[in-house]
Design a protein around this ligand. Structure first.
Ligand SMILES: [Zn+2]
Length: 138
């Protein structure tokens, strides 16, 4: 279940989104952080977050950008985006998130399919534990 996580992070970035309003349970409206929507009229709000399946997506009716919640969060707060991908990853595969390793302290890369999205996992070995981080690509 990733929808509750997506909603949690949209709420976390909401204070940084101009004219942020929740329209209904699964629809939010605010000024687009990609195009500035708009520079001349600060009351304009043409960006929408909406639910589709088990995920949230974003679309702006001014600049036309359409993307997933991950890229919206990344645009607003890249540090928070890091926490978001970790939380999404942990919710799906908690037991493989941190695993004990005994050798080769170096980064390893491999691609895998995470919740049907293309993703890249990179791992770092530290203090005998391997921590994994996942980037999700659209
Ligand atoms: Zn826009």
């Amino acid at each position: 279940m990733s929808l509750p996580i997506d909603i949690k992070y949209v709420r976390l970035i909401s204070s940084r989104l101009r004219n942020f309003k929740q329209k209904n349970s699964y629809l939010w409206n605010f000024s687009c952080p990609f195009c500035g929507d708009s520079q001349t009229n600060k009351l304009k709000a043409r960006g929408y977050v909406y639910a589709k399946g088990n995920d949230l997506f974003y679309r702006c009716h001014n600049c036309g950008v359409g993307t997933n919640a991950a890229n919206l969060i990344k645009q607003v707060d890249s540090a928070l985006h890091g926490e978001y991908v970790l939380e999404r990853y942990k919710s799906g595969e908690s037991n493989t998130f941190v695993r004990k390793v005994t050798q080769h302290p170096h980064y390893t890369y491999h691609n895998h399919d995470l919740a049907n999205q293309k993703s890249k996992e990179y791992s770092n070995t530290q203090n005998g534990y391997q921590t994994c981080q996942v980037d999700i690509f659209v």
